[in-house]
Design a protein around this ligand. Structure first.
Ligand code: 1GP
Length: 265
C-alpha cells in the first residue's frame, strides 16, 4: 500500500526496485498496466481497477509522452480508493512528476542522442524529485522501431533502435548498466504495430543482469508469452486493454502460467 511519504529523507528504502530484483532472481514475471491519463474515462476506469485487482496486476504505470490535462493526481487517488497496486509514474518529461505515486521511472533515453532526454530533463527534475518522496527507478529507456513513427520518438526527437538489430540493443543496455542504470525498458511505443522482437529481448537478457521491462504493441496473449519467454521480467500493456478489456484477464493468465512454470523460458 502507498504510504504518505512526502517528507521522508533521501535514504528512503527502495521497495519496488528490491522487489523487482528479487522477483527477477526467482524467475517471477510481472504484469504492468499502462494508464494514459488522457484516455482514462470514469466508469470504465473504476471497472478496470477492480478487474486489475481480481487479475493480480502487479503495477500500474501512469503516464505518456503527451499529457494534456491535470488529472494524474485524481487518477492516482482513484487507484488508491480501489486497489492496493503500486503506482509507478512513466513520465514524458519533467512536468509529469506527481508525488502521490509510489515511484517514478527516471528514464534516460539511451537509444537516442538527444541530451535533453539523456540528462537535461533530469537536472531540472532532480530537486523536485528529491523532495517528492517518490522511489526513483533509474531506467535505461530504449525505443525500438516499430515500422511507423511513434509519438515518443517524435516528441523526443530521437531515432529508435532498428527493429532487426538485437546486437545494438544489447550493447546499448550493457552501456546503460555500466553507467549504473537499474532497469532496462525496451519500448516499441504505445500502439506499435509490431512489438519488440523476442530476439532483441533475448539479446538484452543475455547482456545485462537488470530486470527488463518490455512494452509497446503487446496486444495478444501470444505476444505477451513471446516477450516473457524471451526474457522480459515485466510486460507493460496499455493500448491493447483500452481497445479490448478482455485482454486483461488473458494476459494475466499468461503471466500467472509463466510464474507457475507452465511456460518455460
Ligand atoms: C508504451 O510500453 C508502453 O510506452 C505500452 O504500449 O500502449 O502499446 O501497450 P501499448
Amino acid at each position: 500500500m502507498h504510504q504518505s511519504s512526502h517528507t521522508l529523507p533521501v535514504g528512503k528504502p527502495s521497495h519496488l526496485l528490491t522487489s523487482l530484483y528479487t522477483r527477477k532472481e526467482a524467475g517471477q514475471k510481472s504484469f504492468a498496466v499502462l494508464l494514459d491519463p488522457d484516455k482514462v474515462g470514469q466508469d470504465a476506469f473504476k471497472d478496470l481497477l477492480i478487474r486489475s485487482v481480481e487479475n493480480r496486476v502487479d503495477f500500474f504505470f501512469v503516464g505518456g509522452s503527451l499529457i494534456t490535462s491535470y488529472v494524474t493526481r485524481e487518477i492516482i487517488g482513484m487507484i488508491r480508493d480501489y486497489t492496493p497496486i503500486p503506482v509507478v509514474l512513466f513520465p514524458g518529461n519533467s512536468l509529469h512528476i506527481e508525488p502521490s505515486a509510489d515511484a517514478i521511472l527516471l528514464l534516460s533515453l539511451i537509444s537516442g542522442r538527444n541530451p535533453d532526454f539523456l540528462i537535461g530533463q533530469h537536472v531540472v527534475a532532480a530537486p523536485i524529485l528529491r523532495q517528492s518522496g517518490l522511489e526513483i527507478l533509474s531506467t535505461g529507456y530504449m525505443l525500438v522501431d516499430s515500422g511507423t513513427q511513434t509519438t515518443v520518438s517524435y516528441i523526443s526527437n530521437t531515432t529508435p533502435l532498428p527493429h532487426d538489430k538485437p546486437g545494438v540493443a544489447a550493447c546499448t543496455a550493457m552501456a546503460g548498466e555500466m553507467l549504473g542504470l537499474k532497469l532496462m525498458y525496451l519500448d516499441a511505443g504505445s500502439g506499435a504495430r509490431r512489438p519488440v522482437s523476442p530476439e532483441m529481448i533475448a539479446a538484452v537478457r543475455a547482456a545485462v543482469d537488470t530486470p527488463i521491462v518490455v512494452g509497446g504493441g503487446i496486444n495478444s496473449p501470444e505476444k505477451a508469452m513471446a516477450a516473457l519467454q524471451a526474457g522480459a521480467d515485466v510486460i507493460v500493456v496499455g493500448n491493447g486493454i483500452e481497445k479490448n478489456p478482455e485482454l486483461l484477464p488473458e494476459i494475466a493468465d499468461v503471466v500467472q502460467k509463466a510464474n507457475k512454470g507452465v511456460i518455460s523460458q
